[in-house]
Design a protein around this ligand. Structure first.
Ligand SMILES: O=C(O)CCC(=O)C(=O)O
Length: 262
């Protein structure tokens, strides 16, 4: 399975519409891949909280339409990163969209752990309440978004449900880049999964982005890592490596669940 991570630069000087058009054309250039992954909230910028309400869209909004068409044209599975979704009751969510190669919306995931403590998305957006998996050809993927990476129990739940690939779009700040790289590897090692961690580049809302998207294998080896700027990472994954890693070193078998409280 060939996967391409598009580490998109979010530049406030580029309009959301122009970025959508540009990203759609980058996806069309990835027809040699089976799976294309975009970062969190690349249309608006993960820290551009002032724009969230104005740029919110229904699920079947402009980003959905542009991404569905691009997935169909390139004939790829597309994890289109996330958008600010305006739900029917008016609540805003940070929602990831996954498309199949015929342009069908195959899965959506509302970010469960909202970042910002008492600011930004933590106060402006609703929280997702459902872990989501999607069946890709040859591998089952579990979905998470950015700050979720700090909560291993979500990833363990996805793994227990059959995930072999963990896809994590993000808008991670440069200031905590070391945590991003460390946690992506930790989630891969502890769950014996591939981790596809796709961040953004550039600076928006005064927050420099970490970039450094990475593909980590089930043994924790970093197969490819981007620099800080806009970049595409393309990696060939071997889904059989997940089962082999788990068979050769079967730690997941030794989990002890339901311990009494200390
Ligand atoms: O956890 C972090 O350090 C960054 C999280 C974040 O930026 C986000 O979830 O948007």
């Amino acid at each position: 399975m060939r996967a391409s991570l598009l580490q998109i630069g979010v530049d406030p000087a580029e309009s959301v519409n122009s970025r959508r058009t540009r990203v759609a054309s980058l996806i069309r250039g990835q027809a040699d891949s089976d799976l294309v992954v975009l970062p969190e909230l690349w249309p608006v910028g993960a820290f551009a909280a002032d724009l969230f309400a104005a740029e919110a869209e229904p699920l079947a909004g402009p980003t959905h339409d542009a991404m569905a068409a691009a997935a169909r044209d390139a004939r790829v599975w597309l994890h289109a990163g996330s958008v600010i979704e305006r739900a029917d009751d008016g609540t805003l969510y940070n929602t990831s969209l996954v498309f199949s190669p015929d342009g069908r919306l195959a899965a959506t995931y509302r970010k469960i752990h909202r970042f910002g403590f008492d600011q930004g998305e933590a106060v402006l957006l609703g929280a997702g309440d459902r872990a989501v998996m999607v069946g890709l050809p040859g591998a089952t993927a579990g979905l998470a978004t950015c700050y979720d990476l700090r909560f291993p129990e979500l990833f363990r739940q996805l793994t227990a449900a059959g995930a072999e690939l963990l896809i994590v779009p993000a808008g991670w700040p440069a200031r905590r880049r070391a945590h991003w790289s460390l946690l992506a590897r930790a989630r891969a090692v502890e769950n014996q999964c591939y981790v596809l961690a796709c961040g953004t580049a550039g600076t928006h809302a005064g927050v420099e982005q970490a970039g450094h998207s990475a593909v980590v294998d089930p043994w924790g080896e970093v197969l490819a890592e981007a620099g800080p700027g806009e970049e595409t990472l393309t990696v060939d994954l071997d889904p059989a490596k997940v089962a082999k890693t788990r068979a050769d070193f079967p730690v997941l078998r030794d989990r002890v669940l339901g311990l009494d409280r200390p």
